[in-house]
Design a protein around this ligand. Structure first.
Ligand SMILES: *Cc1c(COP(=O)(O)O)cnc(C)c1O
Length: 468
């Protein structure tokens, strides 16, 4: 499979290069040149397979010819072996024809594990084959850092440095990062804000010599391999509820548009998806876009669903590319206008196409707490705030009650215990396997908000490895 840039001005490349490279050199995002297809019989047959085997089957056409299906099967089997639930991504019925897809059974209790546990191993596989090493650098406001660390821990080809704002992440979030006992994992607490951490990471990537010397890379949510890995649970959930014989609908709590785009990918591959509901909190650029046809940037406001506190949803560019019939000049024009003015519009015919599949809605914090409380009262199921946004918007926007609606549970309620306790009066417990978190020793270095000493530290740690 060859990959094209949405901006059309970068040469097509293979999966392994897409995996390691992130953004295309023309500023676009990579997409496969065609959507692989599964016929109805093949898809229906997936309902009898364990999760990791479906993963290998779904991802194989994207990874060919560089990585074959047998290799993928081995990698996937390892990636999901540590997940807590035997089904990996189980469905729980909440209501009449209404289901929760639990995506919090991985090591850090959030859905990002489902992609990152696989992608970390894919990186390692490709790097070993090439005899290369990379340095992963990331900034986190709390949630994504631990998933990236768990993906990279102990991998021979990777060193990982994660910057978090000191004192501004929850104790559980901090300990999920700092108690990881692996020599290639380095936590940096910065005296500053999350924005300062992001600026420091940007400065490191912006220093051309440092970037090349350390072979800096990112495992962020625009990475194509993450999207491909996420398409898997849409397929397993859909076929479990009768697809492709009957259609299903999904409601997805959305920030960067990576997760809901993976649902679109599953549909392009043959899954019968009737409706995709994009659920946002007060940071509602996507909901406003689907209502008005204008994508208009606003200020980011903090909410109780912080992983969706985003104004620019990078992965939306991939959807736009497909809906303008893969015309890269149209994407370039739209993105250039958006960059210059913070606003872009799409043609009425394109909007009509998108609205045929996508619906959207928003929930503020009070509404979200009410949803958490209501569901708990009714069914004793605890939703984390992100999941509650998705469930609430999903119920409001579903257009056909005869079609199963699958709401994605993107985080375990115990990841956001304060918000859940405030809504239900009951504090969610951490799963037993995470109880030791609160007593394990922590490893973290504290730095001032200054790039030079942090870069010196990175150099030093990379050099030291192997000598120790
Ligand atoms: C990252 C995240 C989201 C948003 O997912 P996107 O792919 O960025 O749209 C939603 N919920 C939780 C818990 C997350 O960690």
């Amino acid at each position: 499979m060859k990959y094209l840039s949405t901006r059309g001005e970068a040469p097509p490349i293979e999966f392994e290069d897409v995996l390691l490279s992130g953004l295309a050199p023309d500023g676009g995002l990579y997409l496969p040149e065609a959507w692989p297809q599964f016929d109805a019989g093949t898809l229906a047959g997936f309902s009898a397979l364990p999760y990791h085997e479906v993963a290998a089957r779904v991802i194989a056409p994207f990874a060919a010819p560089g990585i074959d299906e047998a290799t993928l099967a081995g990698i996937a089997s390892e990636a999901y072996a540590g997940f807590e639930h035997p089904a990996v991504a189980p469905l729980v019925q909440l209501d009449t024809n209404s289901w929760l897809l639990e995506l919090f059974h991985g090591p850090t209790l959030a859905f990002k594990d489902y992609a990152l546990q696989l992608v970390g191993r894919l990186f390692d596989h490709v790097l070993a084959k090439r005899g290369e090493k990379v340095t992963v650098v990331a900034a986190t406001s709390g949630d994504t850092g631990s998933a990236a660390i768990e993906a990279c821990r102990g991998r021979a080809g990777m060193e990982i440095f994660v910057l978090h704002p000191r004192g501004r992440v929850s104790e559980v979030q901090r300990r999920q990062m700092t108690t990881v006992d692996a020599a290639n994992v380095h936590n940096i607490a910065v005296e500053g804000t999350f924005d300062d951490c992001q600026a420091l990471v940007k400065a490191m990537f912006g220093d051309v010599r440092f970037r090349a010397e350390c072979r800096l890379t990112a495992v962020n949510s625009i990475n194509w391999a993450r999207i491909a890995a996420q398409a898997v649970y849409y397929v397993t959930a859909g076929v479990a509820l009768g697809a492709p014989r009957r259609p299903v609908a999904f409601s997805v709590p959305t920030g960067n548009f990576g997760n809901v785009f993976a649902a679109y990918v599953a549909r392009c591959m043959g899954l019968t998806v009737d409706q995709l509901i994009v659920a946002t909190n007060r940071n509602d650029i996507l909901a406003r876009f689907l209502e008005t046809g204008a994508m208009e940037i606003g200020d980011v406001v903090p909410t109780i669903s912080p992983s969706m506190d985003i104004q620019v949803s990078s992965n939306f560019e991939r959807l736009l590319y497909d809906y303008v019939r893969r015309d890269p000049a149209a994407v370039r024009r739209a993105m250039e206008r958006f960059r210059q003015s913070g606003r872009m519009t799409v043609a009425a015919v394109t909007m009509a196409g998108m609205r045929g599949l996508f619906a959207a809605g928003r929930r503020d914090d009070d509404e979200t707490r009410r949803t958490v409380a209501e569901v708990f009262e009714r069914s004793r199921v605890m939703l984390d705030p992100h999941t509650a946004v998705g469930y609430g918007v999903g119920q409001a926007q579903r257009r056909d009650p005869g079609i199963p609606l699958i709401a994605l549970a993107t985080a375990h309620p115990a990841k956001f215990p304060d918000a859940v306790e405030a809504a239900t009066g009951t504090r969610p417990n951490l799963p037993a396997r995470l109880e030791s978190l609160m007593t394990l020793p922590e490893r973290v270095e504290t730095f001032a908000n200054d790039a030079a000493p942090i870069m010196a530290f990175v150099r030093d740690r990379i050099g030291l490895r192997g000598a120790a």
